[in-house]
Design a protein around this ligand. Structure first.
Ligand SMILES: [Zn+2]
Length: 346
């Protein structure tokens, strides 16, 4: 124990199981160095920070434009509305938009996010500039050469992109990860995406049981973006995405908010929506909202040895002190307004 250590006492959602336990968490040099058991159950709730596993922060500048159209007309490259707007927006304005969205994520309890970034190497660089100094770390999937400068290659869809074999091969040769949008409109592009043995699939809104079983077998995490799916009209039923089936066959399910153009990058809203529409268990939802951090190698779970990335909610200053199930309450009801302190080490 040295001066400068931080001691945080309360009821923490600990480890992989998010088991609520009365503890003191000791943080030294940005790391959790001890989690000591206590018996006072009256303290605040301590929750691991969220990881937003799929965003497009670049399209913040197109927020809530009064548009209508199909998925292709709106967001499919190279000529979807979004891509036309990005191409004609000055760099400074794009960066200002991305920075505002990253700050919003930080303020709402998110300490990391995985973004599909358009615009080649320049797109990746401008997002890195936008994120500078905010304790919410980006994991970037680029395209058109941007993959060289980020974590990997983000493919907008197996049927939208020519020369996939070559692109995947080149990215793999550079040691990069591969992620695909798949199954957003229908199930027809999922098998092809799986055939590349990707590190992650986004959406799987219309995935079939055998496709999900294959993802579980190959340990390919699936990022679902429920609010985006509903807003873009690719689902109108709790059967799509088949969230219960994903859990049943053993998939790793992560939560993302997708295009800032249509959906606020706020994991509280995404969790509450998932809970209301898909009726998943609160612990599964919380695991999906935090789990991207483990998949991308910077685990936010509250346990000894991990970086300190958690926040504190004080139920005693709101009606949440009446809760009989803090995990359910956190998932269904809490929001940024309930966060009294963030401990996000960089
Ligand atoms: Zn997307």
């Amino acid at each position: 124990m040295v001066s400068g250590d931080l001691f945080v006492q309360g009821n923490a959602f600990l480890g992989e199981e998010f088991e609520l336990s009365s503890v003191t968490i000791v943080v030294s040099n940005g790391k959790i160095t001890a989690v000591e058991e206590e018996c006072d159950r009256h303290g605040p709730w301590i929750c691991p920070a969220f990881f937003n596993a799929h965003t497009h922060v670049g399209d913040t500048v197109a927020m809530d434009l009064p548009v209508s159209g199909t998925l292709e007309e709106l967001v499919t490259p190279p000529d979807g509305l979004k891509h036309r707007i990005l191409a004609r927006t000055p760099r400074d304005r794009l960066i200002e938009g991305m920075r505002a969205s990253i700050r919003t994520m930080y303020e709402t309890g998110t300490a990391g996010f995985a973004d599909f970034r358009e615009g080649g190497p320049e797109g990746i660089m401008s997002l890195m500039d936008a994120a500078e100094g905010i304790p919410c770390s980006p994991v970037l999937f680029g395209r058109d050469g941007g993959e060289k400068h980020g974590r990997g290659l983000g493919i907008s869809g197996a049927r939208d992109v020519p020369d996939i074999d070559e692109k995947v091969q080149q990215a793999r040769a550079m040691g990069k990860q591969i992620a695909f949008h798949a199954g957003e409109r229908d199930s027809l592009d999922i098998d092809q995406a799986i055939s590349y043995d990707p590190d992650m699939l986004i959406h799987c809104t219309h995935a079939t049981r055998p496709q999900l079983a294959e993802c579980a077998e190959r340990e390919i995490p699936i990022v679902i973006c429920p609010r985006s799916n509903w807003r873009l009209g690719v689902t109108s039923s709790p059967e799509h995405p088949p969230v219960s089936l994903m859990y049943e066959v053993g998939c790793t399910v992560l939560l993302g908010t997708d295009n800032v153009m249509f959906v606020q990058p706020d994991m509280w809203q995404e969790m509450a929506f998932m809970s209301a529409v898909y009726r998943s268990a609160p612990r599964d939802i919380l695991r999906s909202a935090v789990g991207g951090s483990s998949v991308f190698g910077e685990e936010f779970l509250i346990k000894k040895g991990n970086p300190a990335r958690f926040f504190i909610i004080d139920p005693h200053i709101s009606n949440m002190r009446f809760s009989h199930d803090p995990c359910k309450t956190v998932v269904n009801r809490a929001g940024a307004v309930n966060i009294v302190k963030k401990v996000f080490s960089s």
